[in-house]
Design a protein around this ligand. Structure first.
Ligand SMILES: Cc1cc2nc3c(=O)[nH]c(=O)nc-3n(C[C@H](O)[C@H](O)[C@H](O)COP(=O)(O)OP(=O)(O)OC[C@H]3O[C@@H](n4cnc5c(N)ncnc54)[C@H](O)[C@@H]3O)c2cc1C
Length: 416
């Protein structure tokens, strides 16, 4: 006997910030019910997702106008739901060395033209506003954007999910996409592995690294009119399953928590040092991250522990403040950036197979370390495209994955 296959209008693969935002927007625009939108995830809790492991920084201080717009609209939304999403307008302070200041000042003109205030500070203003930064060697100037800030990514994801669920969107756990068949009708037949119990952390890492753990599973299928690839660092794997090429790769990024007993960081927001080390207050501690140069692409959740802190974070902070001379490593973790070749997101409709052959695959991923801050507006853009066939609020057509074939890259210069 042939088994029954559920039919769904849109299946979103990946329930991180992006998948949850897309689902919320689709639902709010009228695509309701579990046969309207279904979001499937290998691990709904998101233990290893980037949405769980990020630093929570939100800023509209970008080089590319499209990145400025996506952040600006998202942050404005966060501000109107500040308590629900844990948004604080505590600002981003960038300390720029001589060779990078002119480009940052040029980008500032675009940010200001877009309506995003950014103050330019000389050294004396910096010392007046942030007195604990008492070692200023190598700083040519500082830019402070007061409406940039921090968000609680977990609260934000739940905010999107709660609203999507209220409209009937079904979020399905322990479902891993394994195969997809593009049918003549234009639908996509999706084949999942459904895990029969909760996976351990080790099993999750095994599975997400492309290996097969011993966890029991069965096959389940869904037929969808449309599929959206929101798989973050696994977007290339999902693209392969959906039969199209994708240029993005996962890259490890590490974060340390430290005890900074000699300075109270809580009045400040995110500070980005000339060295590339960034830090902000995290409850009573400090949180700092750094993109290790030459980090190879691949799924790697190994945190290098105190060695990372002592070799990469502490020396840079020590050079910035006498108050940082007695820092103590507390803990840390590693997560995955989802990096595209120009470090801007990939968003839009996907051309699968011959021109015009298939119109049912969409994507929103590869935010290259800035997905939390774009998540609201990016989800809205994708929902507009999916339902109305065009972008309405912000024209993000430049973010199409076609740009890597056509050579129209959008290099983003202010990435950390
Ligand atoms: C250390 C670090 C610091 C960061 N700091 C910031 C920051 O300060 N500000 C900012 O804006 N951004 C930051 N980011 C980036 C940001 O976290 C991401 O851009 C964003 O979370 C991406 O969300 P996503 O929904 O696309 O992906 P994810 O949150 O990774 O979600 C993808 C989901 O897909 C699921 N999945 C994967 N494969 C399958 C499959 N085969 N079947 C079903 N489901 C599958 C996964 O389980 C996962 O839940 C940081 C990232 C890291 C790692």
């Amino acid at each position: 006997m042939k088994s029954w296959i559920p039919q769904v209008d849109t299946v979103v693969v990946g329930a991180g910030l992006l998948g949850s935002s897309v689902a919320m927007h689709l639902a709010q625009k009228g695509m309701v019910g579990s046969d309207g939108v279904r979001v499937v995830d290998f691990d709904l809790e998101g233990t290893l997702s980037s949405s769980e492991l990020n630093a929570g920084g939100v800023r509209a201080t970008w080089v590319q106008p499209i990145n400025i717009e996506l952040s600006k609209d998202s942050i404005e939304y966060f501000a109107t739901h500040a308590e629900d999403v844990g948004y604080r307008a505590c600002g981003y302070l960038w300390l720029h060395p001589e060779d990078r200041l002119p480009a940052a000042m040029k980008a500032r003109e675009r940010q200001m033209a877009a309506g995003w205030p950014v103050e330019a500070w000389g050294i004396s203003e910096l010392q007046r506003r942030v007195p604990f930064l008492d070692k200023t060697d190598g700083i040519a100037g500082a830019l402070f954007a007061p409406r940039d800030g921090l968000v609680n990514s977990n609260l934000l994801k739940n905010h999107f999910r709660t609203r999507a669920r209220a409209a009937g969107v079904l979020f399905e756990d322990r479902m891993r996409l394994r195969k997809a068949e593009l049918e003549q009708t234009g639908s996509v037949l999706l084949e999942f592995e459904r895990f029969e119990r909760a996976l351990t952390s080790e099993e999750k890492i095994e599975e997400l690294s492309g290996r097969v753990s011993g966890a029991p599973r069965r096959v389940e299928k869904i037929r969808a009119k449309r599929v959206v690839n929101c798989a973050g660092p696994w977007a290339s794997e999902i693209a392969k399953i959906l039969h199209y090429p994708c240029a993005s790769v996962p890259v490890r990024r590490q974060i340390s928590l430290f005890d900074c007993r000699d300075v109270d960081l809580t009045p400040y927001g995110m500070i980005v040092d000339t060295s590339g080390v960034y830090f902000h207050p995290e409850a009573t501690n400090g949180l700092a991250g750094f993109a290790t140069p030459g980090e190879p692409a691949g799924v790697n959740y190994e945190y290098d522990g105190e060695d990372f802190f002592m070799e990469r974070i502490w020396p840079a902070l020590y050079e910035r403040s006498t108050a940082f001379e007695r820092l103590r490593h507390v803990t840390g973790w590693a997560g995955l950036y989802e990096v595209s070749p120009d470090e801007s997101a990939i968003l839009g409709k996907v051309q699968v197979g011959d021109a015009g052959a298939h119109g049912s695959v969409y994507e929103a991923h590869s935010f290259s370390g800035h997905g939390a801050m774009h998540s609201y507006a990016a989800g809205r853009s994708l929902a507009e495209l999916l339902l109305g066939g065009r972008f309405e609020t912000i024209d993000v057509s430049l973010l199409s994955g076609r740009r890597f074939v056509d050579g129209r890259l959008l290099h983003e210069g202010l990435v950390i």
